[in-house]
Design a protein around this ligand. Structure first.
Ligand SMILES: [Zn+2]
Length: 566
């Protein structure tokens, strides 16, 4: 909290105390905004439900019945009749890649192209509106939707894109198709050797077809120009609008670059930051924040830094999550520790340095041994520096060893999880790790039973940013392939109330902001979302179709479905 906000909170608190002793409505300052006739789920246990609320400045000042809140009405109060709809605290996505997500919104979409002709047509259309020399990127094509399901080649698109370099990715991120101009810029010819860990796909004559696998895509990455400042501003603005349209009022940006933070700062100064952002750069840059002398959650209500993102291991799908036992049908492969963990003492040193500087640590860990190793390191830090309110986080925390739930709780580590991944990975997880390990996968219920705090997020751009999909996933655990309509490991389902709490208070706690946001409580920031349907009473499978009607950040209406024509 900055000084001004602290003073303001004190002011609001004092007002509340003064008002308690008075019945005189005329002594209240008039609210700037009143939302009345709503079904409010506050996520505040002292007053779980209400009908109405009043906002003064950017804070909630009163929550209660329509009659009580009406006393805050003044001549200039803007009053919104919610028509009996459900009002929740704004969603706080605890794990996003906000700029990559924004780029995905801007990039070409090829995932639903059902034939190579459609794939090529869309790329040709995009080339017509792309400035000369600018790249066409993204795409997420999926050739399994074509018949026959052949990997595309550059000949499909070359004639349509003579002046536009193209590199469009397969949906799994492990392959991409380059056109001839992109290959030329990257210097890839028949003579280029396959790099370690990568393949240049070739025709029978040995000439590159344009398809590049895994590490071979690095050749392209090296020649794609970095985003200009202006491009980044545009992308962030698009991401902000997208977040507002989905009721996401706060995001926690994992692996934020300094260029990203500079753009957030610029938009903040212009008053254009409509989503609150907590940005966590990579832990390899620990020195930078440490030498500034700033601590965890440093900043103001719209922009904070002071966290670091680290990587313990890889992912389940690519066979690189780090496990005690091998993957099924992959020989001795039990995954890989990340570069940052070679040796493990390197990570320990960085943790010690970060912790000594008061910075928060968020570590990506997916396999059971990867998670366990990070818990060991967190325990080492606590032992070396003593108990403190540090809120260590493990991002994803996907495949837990049975012994570690207890330890997770004892070390007060937050499980920052993405429920949508559960219904996505749930399609194939058992085939990779077997039934026993899958039973402790995305084990949200077991975490809560052990007293572990959950924070919900999406990992956008890896998964959609829409919180309704996350709530749907946590409540139903119905995998995307439709094969588990009653839930994949249904004993791990959460209730709607638990899921909403994880997505609001849980995420706020994970960024040290539970006193500022996460619930509809007098004194807190007026971040709220009005929904089309009551997710507490509709059939759980309908939650994914629920729409956002209005989104408020600090009492400002940042999205209105009426105005957006939705
Ligand atoms: Zn991520």
């Amino acid at each position: 909290m900055n000084r001004r906000n602290r003073l303001f909170s004190l002011f609001v608190l004092l007002w509340s105390v003064v008002l308690l002793g008075q019945n005189q409505a005329q002594s209240k300052p008039a609210a700037d905004l009143i939302i009345t006739n709503a079904k409010i789920w506050t996520v505040d246990k002292s007053q779980p439900t209400a009908q109405a609320l009043a906002v003064l400045g950017d804070r909630i000042v009163a929550v209660g019945s329509n009659a009580i809140i009406d006393a805050w009405r003044g001549l200039n109060t803007h009053v919104i009749d919610a028509g009996g709809k459900l009002l929740l605290p704004g969603f706080n996505d605890a794990h996003v890649h906000f700029v990559s997500g924004g780029m995905q919104l801007t990039n070409i979409q090829l995932n639903d192209a059902t034939s190579p002709e459609e794939f090529a047509r869309r790329i040709g259309e995009r080339a017509k509106i792309t400035l000369k020399g600018e790249w066409i990127l993204g795409g997420n094509w999926d050739e399994t939707k074509w018949s026959p399901p052949n990997i595309p080649t550059k000949e499909l698109i070359d004639a349509l894109t003579p002046d536009t370099p193209v590199f469009v990715s397969r949906y799994d991120g492990h392959m991409g198709l380059a056109n001839s101009l992109a290959l030329k810029l990257a210097g890839i010819t028949a003579k280029t050797p396959d790099p370690p860990g990568g393949t240049i796909v070739r025709d029978p004559q040995g000439n590159p077809t344009g398809a590049l696998k895994d590490a071979a895509t690095d050749y392209i990455d090296k020649v794609v120009p970095p985003l200009s400042h202006e491009q980044r501003v545009k992308i962030v603005k698009r991401a902000l609008a997208h977040a507002a349209s989905l009721g996401v009022t706060s995001v926690q940006h994992m692996v934020a670059s300094y260029e990203d933070i500079a753009v957030y700062s610029e938009l903040l100064q212009r008053g254009e930051l409509t989503t609150r952002i907590y940005a966590a750069p990579l832990i390899t840059h620990v020195n930078d924040q440490a030498k500034l002398g700033i601590g965890r959650a440093f900043g103001g209500p719209y922009l904070r830094i002071g966290a670091l993102k680290a990587f313990a291991d890889g992912s389940l799908g690519s066979g690189t999550a780090y496990f005690y036992e091998p993957f099924l049908n992959q020989g001795n492969n039990r995954g890989l520790l990340s570069d940052e963990m070679h040796p493990v003492s390197l990570m320990r040193d960085r943790y010690m340095q970060a912790d000594a500087a008061g910075l928060q640590i968020c570590t990506h860990a997916i396999g059971d041994e990867g998670i366990s190793t990070i818990l060991d390191l967190y325990a080492d830090v606590i032992k070396a520096h003593g108990e403190a309110d540090r809120r260590f986080r493990i991002e994803h925390a996907q495949h837990m060893a049975a012994k570690d739930f207890e330890r997770f709780a004892q070390l007060h580590v937050i499980a920052s999880v993405q429920p949508y991944h559960a219904i996505d990975d749930g399609r194939f997880a058992e085939s990779k790790i077997g039934h026993d390990r899958a039973s402790r996968t995305y084990a949200f219920r077991t975490f809560l039973d052990h007293g572990v705090r959950l924070a919900f997020g999406t990992d956008w751009e890896v998964a959609p940013l829409n919180p309704m999909l996350g709530l749907y996933a946590a409540v139903t655990r119905a995998t995307l392939d439709g094969k588990n309509p009653n839930g994949w490991f249904p004993e791990q389902k959460l209730t709607v109330a638990e899921s909403v709490e994880a997505y609001t208070m849980g995420s706020a706690y994970a960024e040290f902001q539970e006193k500022e946001k996460g619930s509809i409580t007098p004194g807190k920031l007026a971040d709220m979302v009005l929904l089309s349907d009551d997710i507490f009473s509709i059939a759980p499978e309908k939650i994914r179709d629920v729409k956002v009607l209005k989104t408020f950040v600090g009492g400002n209406l940042v999205f209105d479905a009426d105005a957006a024509g939705k």
